[in-house]
Design a protein around this ligand. Sequence first.
Ligand code: FES
Length: 87
Amino acid sequence: MTRLVELEATGPRKLDSDDVDDEKGNVAVCQCGLSDSFPFCDGSHRRTRDEADGETYVYDDDGRKRLERVVTSGDESGGADDPDQDD
Ligand code: FES
């Protein structure tokens, strides 16, 4: 099974001091989806620093690729934003 998830965050969510483990120190939760230590941030979000607004990227072992367009089954009939489609 493959799951495509779109994430827009380019950095972690740092937890409150009450949530920090005394032994591990600061804990930051990954919001970019690229961490090898998910759900914890490992700094991999730095790869997103030069992403352009409005663009979609795929990251894999070979690096990063920009997508022209993501097509979902909803797009075939105009998608959720289709003003002619009944909700
Ligand atoms: S936010 Fe994902 S690795 Fe840091």
